[in-house]
Design a protein around this ligand. Structure first.
Ligand SMILES: Nc1nc2c(ncn2[C@@H]2O[C@H](COP(=O)(O)OP(=O)(O)O)[C@@H](O)[C@H]2O)c(=O)[nH]1
Ligand SMILES: [Mg+2]
Length: 307
């Protein structure tokens, strides 16, 4: 692996690095880590079909015009980035992936959630090291948030649509809690103003001590409307984070969480492989089944060697 080429943003090297890292080899990450920390992470979440990919596509085109480089991670089975399950993907993302300065990686939602979250963070690190100015993480947020996107991103954009009940749904799904900016997309449709009013009302009810009240804006991503405004809001949020020291604080917090995850993973794997040997486990199950032993005492016995 040519680290120099990776750091220069060479697409083929980056693609190769991603596959290696996704296969669980973290040696590249150790080498590049010192070159990370420069990219700005923007999460975009919301229900399927809200227009997240369209928004990301439009944002990307605009940022490219400003000579920015963009890495996109799509964790969405219906995303045009992840192979295009839906129709019209080509139209939504015309030639973006082949452009200089853009790198798109889609992540399958299958597999364990922990695995996906780790993989996402690792790919983001590679993008970051490769010099991307922005990293967009697109994920579906529907009640069961697949990846705690706010934990990974500096700015979280929640995309909703005017359809009735969406603000209530969003609230239930916890989307409003993680939102830094709310976008009511497809505002070419009826009901956009109503949901904007509702969401602004909720925003005002929120705990003011947080300091940042999420702005609510209308977009019609397909027609490129409201995208400039969205970029300026992302900029404002970044500025807010910097001015209040929240940026550094959040990133330190992220490092702490990451450390915890990595250590826990290592310990869990060790326990699975080394501490609870399958032969021993089978015998124990039999003894516990026949009530010769109890599971609580048995767990103590196994772990006593660890502590
Ligand atoms: N009417 C309307 N349709 C849109 C708009 N933005 C995106 N769409 C369409 O909504 C559909 C889903 O968009 P997509 O970006 O794939 O949504 P995602 O699942 O949230 O990523 C596509 O057919 C888009 O063309 C919009 O502003 N207005
Ligand atoms: Mg999508």
């Amino acid at each position: 692996m040519n680290i120099e080429k990776l750091l220069k943003g060479d697409k083929r090297t980056l693609a190769r690095a991603i596959s290696i890292v996704e296969d669980g080899d973290t040696s590249i990450l150790r080498k590049i880590y010192q070159h990370t920390g420069h990219a700005y992470y923007v999460g975009i979440t919301g229900p399927p079909g809200a227009g997240k990919s369209t928004i990301v596509g439009k944002l990307t085109s605009k940022l490219l015009e400003r000579n920015k480089t963009i890495g996109i991670i799509a964790i969405d089975p219906t995303s045009p980035f992840s192979g295009g399950a839906l129709l019209g993907d080509r139209i939504r993302m015309p030639g973006l992936a082949t452009k200089e300065g853009v790198f798109i990686r889609s992540m399958a939602t299958r597999g364990s959630l922990g695995g996906l979250a780790q993989a996402t963070k690792n790919v983001a690190l590679l993008f970051d090291a490769a010099g991307m100015d922005y990293i967009f993480v697109e994920t579906v947020g529907v009640g069961q948030v697949e990846l705690d996107i706010a934990e990974v991103c500096d700015t979280t954009v929640v995309a909703l649509v005017p359809e009735s009940g969406d603000s209530i749904q969003a609230m239930k799904a916890g989307l409003l809690e993680i939102a830094d900016i709310i976008v009511v997309n497809k505002s070419d449709r009826d009901g956009a103003d109503r949901i904007v009013t509702e969401l602004r009302f909720v925003s005002e009810l929120r705990d003011k001590s947080q300091g940042w009240e999420y702005p609510v804006i209308k977009t019609t991503a397909r027609e490129d409307k409201g995208i400039d405004k969205l970029i300026s809001l992302i900029d404002s949020h970044e500025e807010y984070l910097n001015n209040t020291g929240s940026f550094e604080q959040a990133r330190r917090q992220r490092i702490k969480l990451r450390m915890q995850e990595l250590v826990e993973d290592k310990i869990k794997n060790h326990i699975k492989k080394e501490v609870i040997k399958p032969e021993v486990m089978e015998k124990l199950v039999e003894k516990i089944y026949t009530r010769e032993k109890d599971p609580f005492q048995s767990a103590e016995e196994i772990t006593s060697s660890l502590f």
